[in-house]
Design a protein around this ligand. Structure first.
Ligand SMILES: Nc1ncnc2c1ncn2[C@@H]1O[C@H](COP(=O)(O)OP(=O)(O)OP(=O)(O)O)[C@@H](O)[C@H]1O
Ligand SMILES: [Mg+2]
Length: 194
């Protein structure tokens, strides 16, 4: 998020209020500091903790959306010390459910959901085809990036960008872009576990 801060903020300047990169960097930096000071929590508990930090520190629309996503995903993983691809799939699905319950966005509304939903589908498809979680996450990244690029011609129907109506067309959605980065981080972490 630190590396993408200016790019995300530029995207948000075109169709929002130029704060998405700053918001995300602030929240994720706070989460990293908090995690560095935290030991011995299982993955689910860590996600719940990061989700709370994001709700509190990111702000805007994205803070509650991503925060709820990670909290729900963390609750789904529970207090297990390890998780397999199926448990991760369920956590990812529950996380998207949290985003959609809170924000009521569907695919095509030019939001986070346009990167996340196809990423989830790709993750599940690869798992069902026999791939492990790391390979499935790589497929999810490709799908998230395709979904992110597909937001360019869309007209926003949710969030601040929707106020622009047809003038939101022709710009990549900031939230879909940060979602693609988050899936890339997930894939990178899983690669490191192999
Ligand atoms: N209802 C929603 N569901 C999913 N994603 C959404 C929704 N509303 C906005 N978003 C995502 O949030 C991104 C903007 O996040 P940002 O952190 O800039 O919040 P914001 O729009 O500036 O919030 P606020 O208007 O409260 O200041 C958008 O690019 C979009 O992807
Ligand atoms: Mg904004």
């Amino acid at each position: 998020m630190a590396a993408n801060r200016d790019f995300l903020t530029q995207l948000d300047a075109a169709i929002g209020d130029a704060d998405h990169g700053v918001n995300m960097d602030r929240g994720f930096s706070a989460a990293v500091i908090d995690l560095d000071a935290t030991t011995d929590l299982p993955p689910g508990e860590l996600l719940i903790r990061v989700g709370g930090t994001l709700i509190y520190r990111v702000g805007g629309a994205a803070g509650p959306l991503y925060g709820t996503c990670l909290r729900r995903a963390g609750e789904s993983l529970g207090d297990a010390q390890v998780f397999d691809g199926e448990a991760l799939l369920t956590a990812l699905r529950v996380g998207l459910g949290g985003i959609q319950k809170l924000g009521a966005a569907e695919e095509g509304d030019k939001t986070i959901v346009d990167a996340y939903a196809p990423a989830l589908t790709a993750f599940e498809r690869e798992l069902r085809a026999g791939g492990d979680a790391a390979i499935a996450a790589r497929k999810a990244v490709e799908a998230a990036r395709d979904g992110m690029r597909a937001t360019v011609p869309m007209q926003a129907r949710k969030g601040r960008a929707s106020y622009l109506g047809p003038r939101s067309v022709g710009h990549q959605d900031p939230g879909a872009t940060s979602t693609a980065s988050l899936f890339a981080a997930l894939a990178g972490a899983l690669d490191g576990e192999r």
